[in-house]
Design a protein around this ligand. Structure first.
Ligand code: ADP
Length: 675
């Protein structure tokens, strides 16, 4: 088959084509020599290109270069054949060489045009050089900025080689730890042995520091640690270190990071903590002082109010009645002031616990509040409305006692500051946004000026609203400016807030918003059970037959004993007094042995020799089921619970509300011997 291409039959050698070649042979030789030189050059170029392709990496579009080499080689072959043809007329082979050249040239053009855009991006060595210089300059600037930042932040850099155990420190770091280091034989840079550095770390900080570094190296945790060092010059310095582990071939090789001086921060933190401890101690002292003072005030106040009560029950004339009434009113105001001051100081000390997870029976609460407030409103001739049937939800998860306290406060203010018209409370739920329940207490009273509306929530703030307000508040002999401050704080503790909307001369609307959380069925059931257990048979209403029994009173204050004797006379078949808990115990067991046990024990909780708490506990431990009414002057939050825990069945705070005490005695007698 190849013979066809070498077959020259019918073709003359070029020297034989015409006569001119023989006449001008130099012309033929010119063709031959030129073609041979071109062929030689066209063979050398591809060879050079192959060498370049093999040696130089990243040659742009190497296959275009390869095609170009083939194209040039084919051109050389065509020129070689053109020279040979003068003697050997291989025109067929020449055609093959030309077709190959044509194909290679077209393919080269196509490939080159396809890669043209890419080739255009290639930069000249000069351009590359310029770019490298620019980048180097930028890097130097960045390094300089980093250096300045490190210097400004007093940050020292370190680089710990885990293989050699040498740590390289920059100048700042050397200054921070006071170590200059020695020259590394390999890098020539100043380094410090890691063990020398650890020597400087405070003894009790070394363990945690190595743990933090270990955790970073072996568990990949971020290294972020604070520790104390003592420099060789004897300066104590707190350092905060941040760093990261550098891995090489999957193995931790170095830990690189920064340290900065946080000594001042630490010192101020310590000072702050100290100041805080001192402030807490002062606040505790204040709370104790308030609790003690209130205890001291309550005891004589009980006597004063009791005397007034005795006077008021059987006044000799209208003058005495008015005086007794005045004493009672002022006494009650003092009593309210005491409990408000206590509440506020507790809240401010963050020691007032609210039971936000409690269950509140909303209709029952509204009815309770209504029955308490109605008489006050009626007395002033005000139209008063709270419709428990309109309560939009049966149960709410919140602290019912604190909610009641806030509502009573808002309502008594509304009544207090309204001369004529109405006071009403509405309850509504809002489900747009965060679900909430809103209690709105509105009145048609004196109102509050816009600039005073925020200030009324501050402690001891009373609006100077002119003679009308002064007269109103004065005529009621009430108001110390704490109610709203306490209510607002309680609302916040309950997760809500109080807002006011008011127009002077037209009235006010106080809105208490609480989060709307409905308690679970189990919670409601257990709350109801507890309530039933706690509320025994209801005390005898006035007019009903009064139960009488054998009563023992353990009380050490003579004035209170005197009052109790008078108040309890109509409830007692027999009334005995003792001065302390221990005597109460012996009286009770003696009466039992004699076959005439006591029916009720009234127990002052704070007595000499043996406290009421101790006495109640001992009685219960001995299996005694006698009802015990706790009398206590420390009406702080949680006292009731403490008394009940000790084994008391009822709790009456001093100054004693005599009506309440009588109800408690009646309830206790009823539980002993039902009629
Ligand atoms: P106070 O014991 O004086 O009532 P509060 O903290 O309850 O203390 O109220 C602070 C002040 O806010 C009151 O002195 C009164 O001037 C004003 N205030 C509170 N409630 C009302 C109201 N419903 N109408 C008008 N003024 C009110």
């Amino acid at each position: 088959m190849f013979g066809y291409f070498y077959d020259t039959e019918g073709f003359p050698a070029r020297w034989n084509c015409g006569t001119a070649w023989a006449e001008e042979p130099w012309l033929g030789w010119t063709h031959v020599v030129a073609d041979l030189m071109t062929a030689a050059a066209y063979t050398a170029i591809p060879l050079l290109l192959i060498v370049v392709l093999r040696r130089v990496r990243h040659v742009p579009a190497p296959h275009v270069v390869t095609l170009f080499a083939v194209f040039i080689l084919a051109c050389g072959t065509v020129h070689l054949i053109d020279a040979i043809i003068f003697w050997w007329p291989i025109y067929r082979l020449s055609a093959v060489a030309k077709v190959t050249t044509a194909a290679a040239s077209v393919m080269t053009v196509i490939a080159a045009s396809m890669h043209w855009p890419k080739l255009l991006l290639y930069r000249s060595p000069e351009e590359l050089q310029a770019e490298v210089e620019l980048r180097t300059r930028q890097l130097e600037e960045t390094n300089q900025r980093l250096g300045l930042a490190l210097e400004a932040g007093a940050m020292g850099t370190w680089d710990w080689d885990l293989d050699t155990g040498n740590v390289w420190f920059d100048e700042t770091q050397q200054g921070l730890i006071g170590l200059a280091g020695h020259e590394d034989p390999v890098t020539g840079e100043p380094v410090v042995k890691a063990s020398d550095f650890f020597e400087l770390v405070a003894a009790d900080h070394r363990g945690p520091l190595s743990e933090a570094i270990d955790a970073a190296i072996h568990r990949g945790e971020p290294y972020n640690h604070e520790f104390l060092v003592t420099t060789p010059q004897g300066t104590d310095r707190w350092l905060s270190g941040r760093g990261r582990v550098v891995y090489e071939d999957g193995r931790p090789r170095r830990v690189v990071g920064v340290n900065f001086d946080i000594t001042r921060q630490k010192r101020s933190q310590e000072e702050l903590a100290k100041a805080r401890r001192e402030a807490e101690a002062a606040s505790l002292a204040k709370s104790r002082f308030l609790a003690n003072t209130s205890h001291e005030i309550r005891t004589p106040l009980t006597a004063i109010l009791g005397c007034a009560e005795v006077l008021a029950r059987d006044p000799k004339d209208s003058d005495t009645a008015a005086t007794a009434d005045l004493i009672q009113r002022q006494g009650r105001l003092l009593q309210r002031l005491l409990s408000d001051v206590l509440d506020l100081s507790k809240i401010e000390a963050g020691r007032l616990t609210v039971h936000r997870k409690g269950v509140c029976d909303v209709p029952a609460l509204l009815e309770d509040v209504r029955s308490l407030m109605q008489p006050l409103a009626t007395e002033k001739g005000l139209d008063f409305r709270i419709d428990p049937n309109r309560a939009p939800l049966p149960y709410l998860q919140t602290d019912p006692i604190r909610l009641r306290q806030v509502l009573v406060n808002l309502l008594s203010n509304a009544i207090k500051y309204t001369e004529a018209g109405s006071v009403e409370m509405m309850v509504a739920t809002r489900r747009d946004g965060e679900p909430s329940v809103v209690f709105t207490v509105s009145d048609t009273g004196i109102g509050i000026a816009p600039e005073q509306q925020q200030a009324v929530f501050e402690a001891f703030h009373q609006v100077q609203a002119g003679p009308a307000a002064d007269e109103l508040a004065h005529s009621l002999n009430e108001g110390v400016g704490l109610g709203l401050a306490i209510s607002a704080k309680l609302a916040r503790l309950l997760g809500g807030e109080i807002a006011v909307d008011s127009q002077p001369g037209r009235g006010s609307a106080f809105r208490l918003r609480l989060p709307l959380v409905v308690p679970s069925r189990e919670k409601i059931e257990s709350a109801n059970r507890r309530l039933q257990e706690a509320t025994g048979p209801s005390p005898a209403a006035s007019g009903e037959a009064v139960r009488r029994g054998k009563l023992l009173v353990a009380e050490d204050t003579a004035s209170i004993q005197h009052l109790l004797k008078r108040i309890l006379a109509r409830h007692a078949e027999e009334l005995c007094f003792v001065q302390d808990g221990a005597s109460a115990l012996s009286q009770i067991s003696a009466a039992k042995e004699a076959g005439r046990p006591f029916d009720v024990l009234l127990l002052d909780m704070n007595m000499p020799v043996m406290s009421g708490y101790e006495a109640a506990r001992r009685l219960r431990d001995a299996g005694e089921t006698l009802p015990i009414i706790a009398l206590t002057a420390s009406a702080m939050v949680g006292d009731r619970e403490r008394c009940l825990e000790a084994g008391c069945t009822e709790y009456v705070a001093k100054p004693i509300d005599w009506g309440l005490l009588e109800s408690a005695v009646q309830a206790s007698l009823a539980s002993r011997a039902p009629l």
